[in-house]
Design a protein around this ligand. Structure first.
Ligand code: GDG
Length: 729
């Protein structure tokens, strides 16, 4: 069984030093709990920042490292104080956290923070790379470590890496604000699997990847330089049984009874959150205040118990929030409280687990109203602790949990009126309805618990790996490469047929920018002058471009996907008689598409019209490809035209003229001759199709293909041609 390397900002073990004695305290958060089941059957190690006290001697530090490793399976990452401040308080919590939760006004786009974020991620990467053994699985958690997949991928290309984001991924319009948006997307694209709590977040990420990196999305699968990256929604669950069963423990019962008797018949509304501005705590207090104003009958008969856990106390905005909440609690209590009734009981601390569950189970209403929340586990825990009994959950539609918990009283936390009415509805809901709603939600949470979540993640990561393997099913391995070279030298005659864009050079935004460089020209020239070797450049490009670029080389050329043929230093010959009247029917349709998709343009060739949309908005372009194709269909059928969808191009051309036919003319047809054909897009498939069985056909990039072998990129094609030249020269 493969070993799992879990990576999170903090280790699940905290080190303390009190009165000279070191102690280790494990804090089993949701993630650690979920993983515990996956880990039963495999070896594991946890990598994270350990906030070790700063006053430790070198000897103590060694002891800490040792104990963490041997007793807790933890590998600490050490960060300097400065890094912690810039990386953690700075970029993570003062840039990414507010931005991803739509609170841009709190975001501080300090370039220094970014530098610390990069260097801290690099430190994590260094530790993981040092620890990694072939076959390990790496599971990285959360927004503090978004560069990590890319950094690891650079050093360990075949590592199996999964990433889970615990907070929302914002829509592109919000994400684009971030000055370092491209770097973050690139970082995440280093993973094999990128997973989120909801479909919406997954969709937002796909959108940003498409727009910022131009990568293609095929039903949640992105293709990045020949690698597949799976993007999935995997909502995190809780340890359902633990919360349900804890409600019956003596400690929980004590807490519940204590609270109920202190409430003297008043119904308890409970809220539990970290003190964070995303949780909507001031808004909730305002709503509760307004509720008491609107519903005098509930005064004295209801109380809000607000448990807020201190959080990020070194970030300024959190201190300000604390002051605001303190003040508001005072305002509401001052306004409505009496000598024997306090409307809001406010606790600013954390309670032990059983006491927390006791509170959940004592509450008549759970009031969970974050302004934005990745998932919100409190909502799920409230349901679990009350399952089989009564209780109503009022839940913000802005929490990821709202996608699953549909039997709640759903509210928009920004709509005070809706929250007021939501509280009233919850307090008055008939018992039988409370029970049936809780039953439905409990059934879901029991089956979709945190253990299942962890298993599904690992399964999805394995599936992502299988997809990778299927995509590059026949990568040209070193053994076959050697055979190819031996085969080439064993034959006296050889034809080498090469597509151009994407096969010999990378794609450029403007077609005219993809001119061949010196290295490529030398390579082609070298091969073409080798005795017995014919080289053909077979491209969708027009004659002029090919002539300009390759006219001085002894190579054959095929332009416009096979419409024009040219032997070395000879004249161009048309593959079919020239008739351009069809263009008058086709051009207006492509012009309409161009008008709707700024950035796109039409290229005219003698045998074809090509609509290029690489630089247009991808969604608009996709939509236009569809409408244009529909309109072009009947015209194409009537006028014997073919419609081709290539790499960000839609091409309409005279039918019967294709790369396959042209390639057929240029390749040898007996086993006496060595044949090598390489191409990258759909138009090249026709060449692979006509290739004889003994030919070496090579597809550049991933995707289904008729070629026998595949390589990752144009760089590999060049390397292969270089080796060929070496053995033949
Ligand atoms: C992030 C995302 C996402 C709270 N008070 C006490 C206590 N807690 C525990 C709760 C719950 C956890 O803390 C809070 O989890 P949430 O999910 O509500 O919120 P975040 O801390 O913001 O977590 C969030 C989560 O990651 C997981 O992916 O759901 O959206 O923001 O488990 O029980 N626990 C104890 N005493 C307390 O006083 N023992």
């Amino acid at each position: 069984m493969q070993r799992l390397i879990s990576v999170s900002n903090r280790l699940p073990v905290q080190v303390e030093k009190r009165r000279g004695v070191l102690s280790f305290r494990t804090s089993a958060g949701g993630v650690a709990t979920g993983l515990s089941s996956v880990l039963k059957s495999r070896e594991s190690v946890w990598v994270g920042w350990s906030d070790t006290p700063s006053n430790l001697s070198d000897k103590e530090l060694k002891t800490v490292e040792n104990v963490l490793r041997t007793e807790h399976g933890c590998l600490p990452v050490t960060l300097s104080r400065r890094e912690v401040s810039g990386f953690y308080q700075g970029f993570s919590n003062s840039v990414l956290w507010p931005l991803f939760h739509h609170m841009t006004v709190f975001a501080e786009f300090e370039p220094e923070f970014w530098n610390d974020y990069k260097s801290a991620n690099q430190r994590f990467a260094d530790v993981i790379i040092g620890e990694y053994k072939p076959g390990d699985i790496i599971w990285i958690h959360d927004y503090q470590l978004m560069l990590l997949p890319g950094l690891i991928r650079e050093k360990i290309p075949d590592a199996q890496i999964g990433f889970f984001l615990h907070i929302p991924f914002p829509a592109f319009e919000m994400f684009r604000i971030l000055p370092w948006r491209r770097e973050l997307v690139d970082g995440l694209l280093g993973a094999d699997l990128v997973a989120f709590h909801t479909e919406d977040y997954a969709h937002h990420f796909l959108e940003s990847a498409k727009r910022l990196r131009g990568v293609d999305d095929r039903f949640g699968r992105l293709e990045v330089e020949g690698r597949a990256v799976m993007v999935r929604a995997l909502p995190m669950g809780i340890d359902f049984k633990r919360y349900r069963d804890a409600a019956d423990t003596p400690a929980a019962r004590r807490e519940r009874d204590g609270l109920l008797s202190a409430s003297a018949g008043a119904k308890v509304i409970l809220s539990v959150d970290r003190l964070d501005y995303t949780k909507g705590i001031p808004e909730r207090l305002h709503a509760f205040d307004a509720f008491l104003e609107r519903y005098p009958k509930w005064r004295g008969k209801v109380r809000l118990v607000a448990l807020t856990v201190p959080s990020r106390t070194r970030v300024k905005r959190y201190l300000e929030l604390k002051d605001e909440v303190d003040r508001l609690v005072g305002v509401v209590n001052g306004r409505w409280g009496t000598v024997d009734w306090t409307p809001v009981s406010y606790m600013y601390r954390s309670l032990p687990f059983e006491r927390l569950v006791g509170l959940y189970s004592a509450a008549a209403v759970g009031l969970v109203t974050p302004l934005r929340d990745g998932m919100n586990l409190v909502a799920k825990e409230f349901v679990a602790a009350n399952s089989g009994g009564t209780g109503v959950l009022v839940l913000s539609e802005m929490a990821g949990a709202a996608q699953e918990l549909t039997d709640v009283v759903m509210v928009n936390p920004y709509d005070r009126n809706m929250v007021i009415e939501g509280i009233a509805e919850a307090l008055e809901m008939p018992e039988h309805e409370q029970i049936s709603r809780l039953d439905a939600m409990s059934a879901h949470l029991e089956t979709h618990d945190v253990y299942r979540w962890a298993h599904e993640f690992i399964e999805a990561l394995d599936a992502a790996r299988c997809t990778q393997l299927a995509l590059t099913e026949h990568p040209l391995n070193p053994e076959q490469r050697k055979r190819l070279l031996v085969d080439a030298t064993a034959h006296g005659r050889r034809s080498v047929i090469l597509d151009y864009d994407g096969t010999l050079v990378p794609f450029a935004s403007r077609p005219e920018d993809a001119a061949p460089d010196g290295e490529l020209l030398m390579l082609l020239d070298g091969l073409a002058v080798t005795k017995g070797t014919s080289v053909t450049i077979l491209s969708g490009r027009d004659r002029d471009s090919l002539d300009r670029w390759f006219g001085k080389l002894p190579v054959a050329m095929v332009a416009e996907h096979g419409a024009w043929l040219k032997e070395p230093f000879d004249d161009w010959v048309a593959a079919a008689p020239l008739d351009e009247t069809w263009k008058e029917d086709v051009r207006p349709i492509l012009e309409r598409a161009t008008a709707h998709a700024p950035g796109s343009f039409i290229e005219e060739k003698e045998f074809s019209l090509v609509w290029h949309y690489r630089n247009a908005d991808p969604d608009t372009a996709e939509e236009r490809v569809r409408t244009a194709s529909e309109a072009l269909g009947p015209i194409a059928a009537g006028r014997k035209l073919a419609l081709l969808e290539g790499a960000k191009v839609l091409e309409v051309k005279v039918d019967g003229v294709d790369k396959g036919r042209a390639a057929h003319l240029h390749m040898g047809h007996s086993e006496e001759e060595f044949v090598l054909i390489a191409g990258d897009d759909r138009t090249d498939e026709s060449m692979f199709e006509v290739a004889p069985p003994w030919a070496w056909t090579v597809k550049v990039g991933s995707g289904r293909t008729r070629a026998k072998f595949s390589v990752d990129s144009w760089r590999e094609v060049r390397a292969l041609l270089g080796e060929l030249l070496e053995v033949l020269g």
